[in-house]
Ligand binder design. Sequence first.
Ligand code: C2O
Length: 498
Amino acid sequence: TNLVIANKVIAPDGFSRSAVLAGSSSSNVAFPGPLIRGNKGARFRINLVNQLSDTSMLKTTSIHWHGLFQAGTSWADGPAFVTQCPIASGDSFLYDFRSADQAGTFWYHAHLSTQYCDGLRGAFVVYDHIRDRLKYGYLVDNEDTVITLADWYHTVAPQAGLVPTPDATLINGRGRYAGSDVATPLAVIRVIWGIKYRFRLVSTSCDPFYDFSIDGHTMTVIEADGILTRPLQVDSIRVFAGQRYSFILHANKPINNYWIRAEPNLGARGFEGGINSAILRYIGAPRNREPTTTQTPSTNPLVEANLIPDRHPGAPGVPQVGAADVNLNLAMAFNFAQLEFTINGHPYTSPTSPVLLQIMSGASSATDLLPEGAVYVLPPNKVIELSIPALQIGQPHPFHLHGHAFDVIRSAGSTNYNFVNPPRRDVVSTGNVGDNVTIRFVTDNAGPWFLHCHIDWHLEIGLAVVFAEDVGKVSQARPPPAWDALCPKYDSLSPEEK
Ligand code: C2O
């Protein structure tokens, strides 16, 4: 299938702006991009067609399939200058990968500078219908039960160290901004009384986290970031940039319209005129009326440490802090003079040659690999432990690791270490000062994998490292022929063409 990337002026919250959008053809590009779906084990052949033309934004692009491990296909992972060079406008590039044994809720987004904040983001779901329905007893799980949250900006995403404030929150691509005098339509999610639904909540945020809730209803969480969990009943979910949850909603409350709320920590807060909201509508409830429901203060929010994987092998390695095969402390800092973040003293700046290409050209040690000080070489088949002490600059930093899910042996807000049945996920909040989030994973997937803050403004100014995992195997990898041509092509583009 084709995924066409093009510019178009849209007004999802009533304010018109040019955006970077995806569609199955150039005539239907939209926000969010089309839902990409497949079944467990499926092969995805997604031909990215770059038709970007707006010179006020980047015209090159690349896409990351967030949460999919890309075993054997690290070249298809997508982050610009880690696994590929950006794709020029007028060109196409075939991403060809398998979901293998993964099933769950994922998403895709541009992974070049801050481009996804200008629109290029969408949900990606891999189903395992029969197993999951039997296990959890829900009936409906389809394209209408995917809920995407997004921060939306009225100006083009800055590329150099500025942190803009979101103008609106979009739920399934619709929202309103504070101060607007038009009540633009909000997303409506329709349910039939008596049915159990599986909702898939995807934060496609560039920055804020959201406190998500549905008036009058509790939610039973069954999945976090593509990993099934033991059912966990909550009344609100704090979801950080890049995180996903599935929850079961039993539509057994009085037939009515109810507010769905996604309260951001940045931008217009509160709840005036339906800002930060969508509508849960029972069939039979008045169709032309907005809800009048009120929010009950949360008494039972989701606590990450309580997310127990459905199948829990436990954390790998010796069950003691600092006793993994490789123990790394990642110390974040902010350099006020340079306006950049560093990890262990080094800012991440994109190298001109993608890390994957460097490895294939023979670089094999941290001293050879660029960017200097920000590439860590990891040996195969070892247990890696990372501890990431919190930094009180900005807000909690949600860290995402490509190529893996990891065990969160110490969660933000907790001082306990859990080696028995720790949460497993691919984006973790590092919390507030005093927290020291600690994770483990096994190096069973060769490739150069990005680890970065998913607040896109922070990644842009250095808050990232790359793990070069099993460089021996990576150097023998075989990307498709077109892959090799990307970089010479990109290098020869004029600044306006980039
Ligand atoms: Cu959701 Cu590096 O990405």
